[in-house]
Design a protein around this ligand. Structure first.
Ligand SMILES: [Zn+2]
Ligand SMILES: [Zn+2]
Length: 340
């Protein structure tokens, strides 16, 4: 079988290796694997949770090829599955309250363990029931790869209680910005505004209210939309530190900020942090997603209530993952998935 190995920074190599042996683990033939901003970051700069050599990819769907005897009641060969990309202990203070993404023993596929950019992947028998979601019959496996990023957006939106928010501002109109926009539009009663400095990303009929940060007067437009209060919730969906500054400046008094993306490690003017104090802004961090979030995301994708096909994924082969990364970096595609 083939796998794509990140041997070092910017060094991706396709290698042939042995197929997993049929023993105690579930073997999955990978169908598709999404390329995430975190994979791009791992490729260019490395990542806190990544050790080389590593097979990237944590947005994975596939078909079960082998089931060990003790799991035959739960899974069968040919089942189409989406993989929650983290192995967690299920028995700690975080796992007990459904925050397994914070589990101290968490091992994430594509970071601590080899991920989905390979033809077959093994899931430990003991973990299978806490990481494998069956893909609903009508849902195609390429769209199902979006379950993981959708689950990440569900995680932050639950934290900031988006359902009760009147006005929402999303900073960044990349893939995660778009996913957050869809979810917020569905659940909030007020206006959802999506903003970016790169105007082509805003010129789609999908969005009702946009803000071009390269030329619009953000303050006056948001004042008009929010009757002078500012947005109740601001979600940061890109890695520019300027977005944190903008979020604090534009957020309403008593509002909430979702700190969703890791930011580049540039310096920011710490004076802006005093506004958290004066305006009583609450800052909510979120990292990754939960197993339950992934199954909720699959139901949402299957329901067709949200036009996730608008994420316009380009499909690449395992040999072309670098091409996918370059296309995402130059923003010529909205999202990319690898077909195995
Ligand atoms: Zn991801
Ligand atoms: Zn745990």
């Amino acid at each position: 079988m083939k796998k794509l190995v990140l041997e070092d920074l910017e060094k991706l190599v396709v290698v042939n290796c042995e197929k997993p042996k049929q023993k105690n683990d579930v073997i999955i033939k990978v169908s598709y694997c999404g390329v995430c901003g975190a994979d791009m970051k791992s490729y260019r700069k490395g990542h806190r949770d990544l050790f080389y050599p590593r097979v990237l990819g944590h947005e994975i769907t596939g078909e079960i090829e082998y089931v060990p005897a003790e799991l035959k009641e739960d899974f069968k060969v040919g089942d189409r599955v989406q993989i929650f990309p983290g192995n967690y202990c299920n028995n700690c203070r975080y796992c007990d309250v459904g925050k397994e993404n914070l589990c101290d023993s968490m091992e994430i596929l594509g970071f601590h363990k080899d991920g989905g950019m390979q033809e077959f992947i093994e899931i430990k028998g003991a973990s299978a029931k806490k990481v494998l979601n069956k893909i609903p019959d009508g849902l195609s496996p390429d769209i199902a790869t979006f379950a993981e990023p959708v689950a990440c957006a569900i995680n932050i939106q639950e934290k900031v209680s988006i359902k009760g928010a009147e006005n929402i501002l999303i900073l960044g109109a990349g893939r995660l910005g778009m996913i957050n926009y869809f979810l917020a539009e569905k659940s909030s009663h007020g206006s959802v505004v999506i903003a970016d400095v790169y105007s082509p990303r805003l010129s789609t009929a999908i969005y009702k209210k946009t803000l071009d940060l390269s030329q619009d007067d953000a303050d006056s437009i948001l004042n008009e939309i929010t009757c002078g209060k500012g947005p109740d919730v601001v979600l940061i969906c890109n890695s520019s530190p300027q977005s944190l500054v903008d979020a604090i400046r534009l957020c309403s008094k008593g509002g909430k900020i979702g700190y969703f993306s890791g930011l580049h490690k540039d310096e920011i003017d710490t004076k802006i942090l005093n506004e958290l104090h004066y305006k009583e802004i609450q800052l909510f961090g979120s990292y990754g997603c939960t197993f339950k979030g992934n199954s909720v995301a699959l139901e949402l994708l299957d329901s067709g209530m949200i036009p996730f096909e608008k994420l316009m994924a380009e499909t690449y082969s395992l040999n072309d993952v670098e091409k996918a990364i370059f296309a995402l970096e130059e923003k010529s595609v909205m999202s990319a998935i690898i077909k195995l």
